[in-house]
Design a protein around this ligand. Structure first.
Ligand code: KIV
Length: 259
């Protein structure tokens, strides 16, 4: 995929976005995904923290490099972590660092109208930007939890303004999280760039899921919007328990595993 083909997919083909944090999973995800997102959700499912806020730029760069190694021909988006785009200059300095130290094709920034000037500054300086509107995980502490958006007419209007502002600022696509489905449909129809939903219903231009959620590996909590395509945690625990039993019973290694 390229920026051009991603934009052209609107109205033609739903986009498939999946997160990855390392080369191992990136290689497994690459054949089926249009876009791989190195999400700052890695701070929770990889680093075990309670939210995404303490993810650092160096951490994102490290994981983005691993993903780019595993999925060399994928379109890779690197999440800009909390605190790295507080103003235009900081945002550009940090996004340039991502582009110079990784092969990421784009960065992702959370926010709407309030971040439009920052998105514009990045896009006009050669940095491709994927927006992120609706429920903003980086606002988890300031909003007192994860809040589904689009419940009132006022929220609907402000989400449409957010989408339009981010599109006008030059973003090539927008992730939209935790928005009532009927509202999400109207928002997707109000812009010309693809809206990739997560917890935003089916009437958008694509879907994104966190790989450790969809593979059933992340057990701390499961948001309503997650479908588990694999019972990964149970399978992994069962496999490790079999190995442990065979080691304890001296049934592993066998002849065929021995030099
Ligand atoms: O960090 C992440 O994985 C994300 C997705 C939830 C879209 O931003």
């Amino acid at each position: 995929m390229t920026i051009t083909s991603i934009k052209k997919s609107k109205g033609n083909k739903p986009l498939v976005m999946v997160t990855a944090y390392d080369a191992l999973f990136a290689r497994l995800i690459e054949p089926s995904a249009d876009i791989i997102l190195v999400g700052d959700s890695l701070n929770m499912s990889f680093a075990g923290k309670a939210d995404t806020l303490s993810a650092t730029l160096d951490q994102m760069i490290y994981h983005t490099n691993a993903v780019c190694m595993g999925a060399e021909s994928s379109f890779v988006v690197c999440d800009m972590p909390f605190g790295t785009y507080v103003n235009k200059d900081e945002a550009l300095k940090n996004a340039i660092k991502v582009f110079q130290e990784t092969n990421a094709d784009s960065v992702k920034i959370e926010g709407g109208v309030d971040k439009a000037d920052i998105v514009k500054h990045l896009t006009s300086n050669g940095i491709a930007v994927c927006g992120h509107i609706g429920l903003l995980p980086q606002a988890f502490r300031s909003e007192g939890g994860y809040k589904v958006k689009g419940k009132t007419q006022e929220e609907k209007s402000s989400l449409i303004e957010d989408a339009k502002a981010i599109e006008k600022a030059g973003a090539f696509c927008i992730v939209m999280e935790g928005v009532k489905a009927d509202i999400a449909k109207d928002i997707a129809q109000s812009v010309n760039v693809p809206i990739i939903g997560i917890g935003a219903g089916v009437d958008v231009d694509g879907q994104v899921l966190v790989f450790s959620d969809m593979l059933g590996l992340f057990e701390a909590f499961t948001p309503k919007f997650v479908k588990k395509y694999l019972d990964g945690a149970a399978l992994v625990k069962e496999a490790i328990a079999s190995y442990a039993k065979e080691v304890e019973d001296k049934n592993f290694p066998k002849e065929e595993h021995t030099y």
